[in-house]
Design a protein around this ligand. Structure first.
Ligand code: HEM
Length: 220
């Protein structure tokens, strides 16, 4: 039998989801548009990320942005229980798109780091390469356990992948909050300040750790 839930709780839940959806959709749209423009136009006047006469590095990073925007929208939808139970085929197809796109996002980022390096140099390269490696691993594990019909492990890896898919947005949200609170203390345009250095790892590792704690408490 369905458990009775107070109406205010249902409303609060929908309000919370709507509030979370705003930054997710805004950043996904920004990323999709940036990716599309970089794939079709010479952006060398506009951004250091564009490499003049660098088709491989440009293809890798702008396809990365395009597919990154896509997984930010599709991955959270995989959480909707009703879709999983009533439309399993939709869940499967969307799941494959998310996994394949995540692999391409991670490989695109890693290829860019290997060919151009990040704006701030080796420590940021390490932080972002680890982020890419974790996304790659989580995507492979998610599909591996789905194929093995191991629902519990599949769910855990899919949740890790979701947290990583939101990492890029979290990175920017940390900056927005930090600049509002401190006016950019220990941070600079080259991203080499102390705050920036913490950021290379702080946009995904603490959130993955919190998720591990939550998953361990949930499953005895
Ligand atoms: C859903 C996930 C992701 C999205 C939506 C995304 C989106 C973006 C966007 C829009 C940029 C352009 C920079 C900006 O406008 O601020 C960018 C840059 C970059 N991304 Fe990602 N990204 C994602 C995941 C990753 C992953 C997993 C890696 C790790 C390999 C990565 C590595 C990079 C690197 C190295 C840059 C260039 C950094 C620089 O030197 O400025 N991204 N990404």
């Amino acid at each position: 039998m369905d458990q009775w839930v107070p109406r205010w709780m249902v409303l609060a839940k929908y309000l919370g989801v709507a509030l979370l959806a705003v930054p997710v959709l805004a950043f996904a749209a920004y990323s999709l548009r940036f990716g599309l423009r970089g794939l079709g136009t010479d952006l060398s006047e506009e951004t250091y990320i564009y490499t003049p006469d660098g088709p491989i590095s440009n293809g890798a990073i702008f396809m990365h942005m395009l597919l990154g925007g896509l997984i930010m929208v599709l991955a959270p939808l995989q959480l909707i229980a009703r879709v999983r139970t009533d439309y399993p085929q939709v869940h499967r197809v969307a799941g494959r798109v998310v996994v394949m796109s995540s692999i391409a996002v991670a490989l695109g980022g890693l290829l860019y780091i290997a060919s151009r390096g990040t704006i701030a140099g080796s420590l940021m390269d390490i932080g972002f390469a680890l982020y890419g490696a974790l996304m790659l691993g989580a995507a492979v594990q998610t599909v591996r356990f789905a194929r093995a019909s191991d629902a519990a492990r599949h769910r855990n890896w899919a949740l890790r992948l979701l947290v990583l898919a939101m990492g890029s947005l979290i990175f920017r949200l940390h900056y927005v909050l930090w600049y509002i609170l401190t006016d950019g203390l220990w941070s600079n345009e080259q991203l080499t300040g102390t705050f920036d250095k913490v950021q290379y790892f702080a946009f995904y590792l603490p959130y993955l750790a919190l998720l591990e704690v939550w998953m361990r408490r949930r499953t005895p």
